[in-house]
Design a protein around this ligand. Structure first.
Ligand SMILES: NC(=O)c1ccc[n+]([C@@H]2O[C@H](COP(=O)([O-])OP(=O)(O)OC[C@H]3O[C@@H](n4cnc5c(N)ncnc54)[C@H](O)[C@@H]3O)[C@@H](O)[C@H]2O)c1
Length: 343
């Protein structure tokens, strides 16, 4: 339990007022639902600019929940962030709002610098001023393993890995990580940073690999796979990630970083083939030769990192976290959600 947490009189849990930024996005929406489930006495303010990546329908089930509020705020707007933090007086902030798509960062990097770097600065600075050195208030910064660059065939990223970002997206996230670290070392702010691998699961924007594969397959259109599909990613089910974020916020050590990954490495082509098999099983009605016959290789993304993998030993041993969901179970649930066959 964080110092200074208040006890909720009805549930015996801690009654915290929490800001989640980016709550209409993929991970943010799954996180808000998970936190309210795990901590019935928390109240959550979702702060989101509602960019193209947001989907308010993700949280439609909370519209009448008195523990939940939404504020449409662009974190690049310092005055708006100040007014928000002064009004809400949060006990903690889960910071997820970001521009998150690598391809977009290659086409237009400026918004990534504004949201990911300047937006993080605005939140840190306004939280620091509002909290006035109260070390019981915690800022959890959600970042990516892409800040560590690319791996060869062996090895895995740990908290000790060197920062080597390769895309405008990962460079902007690396910049935000450094700001968070500095606000701890310089001002003593109670911060924790998590760097996770690729998430998958329900509510992800359709621009990302797995939803794209499912949507194009269901439309019987060619399924695009970059290069020869040999890039390796370490897939993490979003619900397992949310459990890790809850633990890092509740029990993580101030100033520490935790890398989070599912010990679940897959080459893109093998992942796409498995998705096609699950679509055959769950949906059927594919083209002759099954959904796999739709796979089409397309020109590779510039600077495409070859392999990411995470060694999550620290969060496993210190916080008792485990990626509980098998890939087959997680992907099947994801296919069902997108195909509308969830039951
Ligand atoms: N999805 C992944 O696999 C993954 C992996 C590692 C790290 N992360 C990190 O996790 C966080 C969440 O990722 P996601 O996949 O849910 O992203 P997402 O793109 O699905 O959602 C981002 C949300 O942030 C909001 N947002 C964007 N700019 C904003 C601004 N200026 N002010 C306020 N809100 C703004 C958007 O409207 C959207 O709702 C990001 O910080 C991302 O870098 C994601």
């Amino acid at each position: 339990m964080l110092q200074g947490e208040r006890m909720d009189s009805t549930t015996g849990g801690e009654s915290l007022r929490i800001i989640v930024t980016g709550g209409y996005g993929f991970i943010g929406s799954n996180l808000i639902l998970a936190l309210l489930e795990r901590h019935p006495s928390w109240s959550i303010v979702n702060v989101d600019a509602v960019t193209y990546a947001a989907d308010p329908a993700n949280l439609a089930s909370l519209e009448a929940d008195p523990r939940y509020e939404f504020r449409q705020i662009d974190i690049v707007n310092r005055d708006a962030v100040r007014a928000l933090v002064q009004e809400v007086r949060p006990d903690g902030i889960f910071h997820l709002a970001a521009e998150s798509h690598v391809d977009n960062s290659i086409r237009g990097p400026e918004q990534f610098i504004l949201t990911n770097v300047l937006g993080t600065f605005n939140l840190l600075e306004e939280a620091r001023q509002a909290w006035g050195g109260d070390a019981s208030k915690r800022f959890l910064h959600i970042s990516t393993d892409e800040v560590y660059g690319s791996l060869g065939d062996a090895g895995a990223f740990t908290e000790e890995s060197r920062y080597e970002p390769n895309s405008p997206y990962s460079a902007s996230k690396a910049g935000s990580d450094h700001l968070v670290r500095a606000w701890h070392h310089t001002y003593g702010m109670n911060v924790v940073t998590t760097n996770c691998s690729n998430n998958y699961g329900p509510r992800q924007h359709r621009e990302k690999l797995i939803p794209t594969v499912i949507a194009t397959a269901l439309a019987h259109r060619p399924i695009p796979v970059y290069g020869r599909g040999l890039n390796v990613r370490d897939w993490l089910y979003v619900a397992d990630h949310c459990a890790a974020l809850d633990l890092a916020f509740t029990n993580g050590r101030a100033g520490e970083t935790y890398v989070v990954g599912g010990r679940n490495e897959w080459r893109n082509i093998d992942l796409v083939r498995m998705l096609c098999r699950l679509l055959d099983e769950e949906v059927g009605a594919g083209p002759d030769g099954g959904y796999e016959s739709l796979i089409t290789f397309v020109i590779d993304r510039p600077g495409h990192d070859a392999r990411y993998a995470i060694d999550p030993s620290k969060i496993e041993s210190e916080l008792g976290w485990r990626g509980a969901t098998s890939f087959e179970d997680g992907l099947r649930a994801t296919v069902r959600w997108y195909a509308g066959t969830a039951h």
